[in-house]
Ligand binder design. Structure first.
Ligand SMILES: [Zn+2]
Length: 301
């Protein structure tokens, strides 16, 4: 493999010059394509209209930025059926039309951006000799095509805070793939119903206890089974137990007193634990602790 193959992103380019500076390597290159094809009609042409220089950033070399100055031809399209009179030669997916970066540089910046966000990408890419602004980093991220999500079957719906305590939307999660699918702008039943109608494959909806979600699911996915999610099941259980104990506090006290009487030990004795000054008897405290645990277990059973 020649140095030309290593330096240039495409085989269609021919190395013309290399200039070294403190922070930048500038490579001059021209096209090897004998007869480029018109992008509109695919007719090949060898009739040159003019040439111009295109500047494209590529992956850096060590600590230096790498900039390509490409001599690009504009050619005549001779097809009588084509709407284009002239066209600029193209270089495939590695160098998309009008792009100021090679596809491999964009891929690298996109990977950094997904890992670190806009400002983080700008700081890290600067250190790696691929300078760009936070705004450009975000623009690269927004231009990426995300894979289309699979048709969801089991989804979770819950609150999602745009601004905590002030503004809430809804988050939709594919519970089989453990991936968020969508963010809805609010918690209105009509919004939830419309989203569910767009996803007719949904069979089960796990939701919180809010009536907006109940109404939304009833309207948008009446075929779906509605279940409380695990967190809300446990919350329901906690609420029910709290209600129960609160309303039977007297009976619980009486039962405890009876059990204490059966054991023949007063509660005050059982709660004798070591004090901070260390004057309590450790053996007695251990015994009290064991008795207390045994009695708690009995009550639990
Ligand atoms: Zn054409």
């Amino acid at each position: 493999m020649s140095i030309e193959n290593i330096l240039l992103p495409l085989e269609q380019l021919q190395l013309q010059s290399i200039e070294l500076a403190d922070t930048t390597i500038t490579i001059g290159a021209s096209s090897r394509q004998a007869q480029p094809a018109c992008p509109a009609c695919q007719s090949v042409s060898g009739r040159v209209h003019s040439t111009y220089t295109r500047t494209v950033a590529d992956l850096p070399w060590s600590t230096r930025r790498l900039v390509l100055h490409l001599e690009v031809r504009r050619l005549f399209c001779d097809s009588p059926l084509c709407a284009k009179r002239t066209f600029a030669e193209r270089f495939g997916a590695m160098l998309p039309p009008y792009a100021r970066r090679t596809a491999r540089l964009t891929d690298a910046l996109s990977a950094i951006g997904f890992a670190t966000g806009g400002s983080g990408a700008a700081r890290l890419a600067h250190l790696l000799a691929m300078p760009l602004s936070p705004r450009t980093a975000l623009r690269i991220l927004h231009a990426q095509c995300l894979p289309a999500p699979a048709a969801p079957r089991v989804v979770g719906l819950d609150d999602w805070a745009w601004e905590k305590e002030r503004s809430y939307g809804s988050i939709c999660v594919d519970l089989e793939r453990h991936q968020p699918i969508d963010l809805l702008p609010d918690r209105e039943p009509t919004t939830i119903a419309a989203w569910l109608r767009d996803h007719p494959t949904i069979e089960i909806v796990a939701r919180d206890r809010g009536k907006e979600y109940v109404e939304g699911v009833n309207q948008g996915a009446p075929q779906a089974i509605q279940v409380a999610d695990r967190w809300h099941l446990i919350k329901n259980l906690g609420d029910a137990l709290e209600y129960l104990f609160h309303h039977h506090a007297q009976a619980l006290k009486q039962t405890c007193a009876e059990l204490d009487g059966e054991d023949g030990a007063a509660p005050s004795t059982l709660r004798s634990v070591p004090t901070l000054d260390g004057t309590a008897n450790p053996e007695r405290a251990k015994l009290a602790s064991r008795q207390w645990s045994a009695r708690a277990l009995d009550r639990y059973h």
